[in-house]
Design a protein. Structure first.
Lengths: 296, 191
């Protein structure tokens, strides 16, 4: 078993608990154990905190990192926004002595110190990583292949971009997420402008909801065009934007899509035989039942 | 096409005037942005690849290339008082495509940090600060969700500050170190 401190963030545990439950259960089936990271907080939200004062963002993210350092465990997480805060601040503080000293001065007030002794991973990259899990293990864990389901993959922004500071390679037309979706028996579809943002980030969802939803709407048009039965993503905030966003788009623009939105962990959970009840799919804004009837 | 207007007469007048006035330029602003963003914004040659990549550009008057120019020219007031500053979703598409290896996204973040120092900040950002100060979470738990969690076999509250509120004090100390909660309360009250 590979053990990780499971950094939850906010939206997964507090809005889509199926993301959290499925992450714990699906990972266990492929040899990954997610341990509770006690006392963790919001990552904090990179759009809001980074915009207000980057120094606060560094210090707050560092506190979360130190909790995992004290456990002597690397962090695994399931949200691109959390990845931006937790992975990136870890990376910056490991490589910038001046900033690290500044942050440690603040952390000293709460008897903490950032050491830079752990690494941070998105669970999806661990699934893809041959040394930890790999596609074959994912394939072997599937009991109910989602055959016939056409799935639009939304990579989101903050996992892979900016490319030169990350390690995921090409950000114009990556295919590794599609490979994961193929591994659970579903059919990934290609759609126009796949790497476009969901529209929620940078505080824009709260600042100008119509602007934000207009970006989402463009993505939904392109996904529908490609015949997607469902959308999958790696970020509960993107999930919220596509899922609740479709309801808001209907109210504000009158456009109706009814495309269910599932985190990759929820999709994997279904393929491994978890029931829709085990995933709290009834909390989703867009009804998943027609999709479930088609695939299960 | 109608010119962009914010119904703020002073700002509209400013934006209508496309000339470069030396008196509007603050060279320290350029330096501050470069320092906070840690990117070589001064290397921008105005090709426009960033605006061409930007999901916010086609649906608003927000132009990231314009903010890059303002940065180089030291146009502090125009940058920080323009409401478009807050339309960047921080998607980093411009950063991945800039042929000069600049991170325009980080220029925007730096400008937002400088705007906050002048109390210019959208309300929703400050409300997130208040929520985290209180509970540790920007998006806290609620009763519907607690019931759903219990059905899934999870604890009603996640093992975060929600289950271990003794950790909230540390978070408050960090935020207080920067005076952030105080500033958020003050700015929101003034609205
Ligand atoms: S893409 Fe880079 S060089 Fe071109 S205008 Fe934008 S910031 Fe300047
Ligand atoms: S990061 Fe901001 S400015 Fe750059 S392309 Fe995305 S929304 Fe536009």
């Amino acid at each position: 078993m590979h053990e990780y401190a499971f950094f939850l963030g906010c939206i997964a545990p507090n809005r889509y608990p199926g993301c959290e439950a499925s992450a714990i259960k699906t990972s266990e089936k492929v040899g990954i154990k997610l341990l509770p990271l006690k006392g963790a907080s919001c990552c904090p939200a990179p759009g809001a905190f980074g915009s207000i004062d980057l120094n606060v963002w560094y210090a707050m993210a560092a506190r979360n990192l130190v909790l995992a350092e004290e456990m002597k465990k690397d962090i695994a997480l399931i949200c691109n926004g959390c990845y931006k805060s937790i992975w990136e601040v870890n990376h910056i503080l490991k490589h910038n002595d001046e900033l690290r000293d500044q942050v440690n001065e603040v952390l000293a007030e709460i008897d903490m110190q950032f050491k830079g002794s752990i690494d941070v991973f998105h669970l999806a990259e661990l699934y893809y990583n041959e040394e930890i899990c790999g596609l074959q293990k994912i394939r072997d864990s599937v009991t109910t292949p989602l055959s016939g389901a056409k799935i639009a993959c939304h990579y989101g922004c903050h996992l892979m971009k900016p490319q030169k500071e990350r390690h995921f390679g090409d950000t114009e037309n990556p295919m590794w997420f599609e490979e994961l979706v193929s591994a659970i028996g579903a059919e990934p579809v290609q759609y126009r402008n796949k790497m476009q943002c969901c529209g929620a980030g940078g505080g824009v969802r709260g600042y100008d909801i119509v602007h934000s939803l207009d970006i989402t709407n463009e993505k939904l048009i392109n996904m529908r065009e490609a015949g997607a039965d469902a959308i999958t993503e790696l970020c509960p905030f993107c999930q919220l934007q596509f899922d609740r966003g479709q309801i808001e788009i209907k109210e504000k623009f009158g456009d109706v899509y009814n495309i269910p939105v599932l985190h990759f962990n929820e999709l994997l959970g279904l393929a491994q035989g978890m029931s829709p009840q085990d995933l709290a799919l009834d909390l989703h804004g867009i009804n998943c039942t027609p999709f479930l009837k088609k695939v299960l | 096409m109608a010119a962009k207007t914010y119904n703020i007469p002073e700002l509209d007048k400013k934006l209508a005037d496309r000339r470069y006035h030396l008196s509007d330029s603050n060279p320290d602003f350029t330096k501050d942005v470069l320092k906070t963003s840690r990117t070589i914004a001064n290397m921008c040659f105005q090709c426009g690849t960033c605006t061409g990549s930007c999901p916010s550009a086609p649906r608003s008057s927000y132009r990231i290339r314009l903010f890059m120019r303002r940065c180089v020219l030291g146009l502090e007031n125009e940058s920080l008082t323009d409401p478009d500053l807050w339309l960047c979703t921080t998607c980093y598409s411009c950063t991945d495509r800039c042929p000069r290896d600049i991170a325009p996204t980080d220029v925007i973040m730096a400008m937002r940090n400088l705007a906050f120092k002048r109390d210019i900040i959208p309300k929703n950002f400050l409300q997130t600060v208040q929520a985290i100060y209180k509970s540790g979470h920007g998006v806290p738990n609620n009763d519907v969700n607690r019931a759903a969690r219990t059905k899934l076999g999870l604890d009603a509250d996640p093992p975060t500050t929600h289950s271990y509120p003794e950790y909230i004090m540390g978070i408050q100390k960090i935020l207080d170190h920067f005076g952030l909660k105080e500033n958020a309360d003050r700015i929101l009250k003034g609205d």
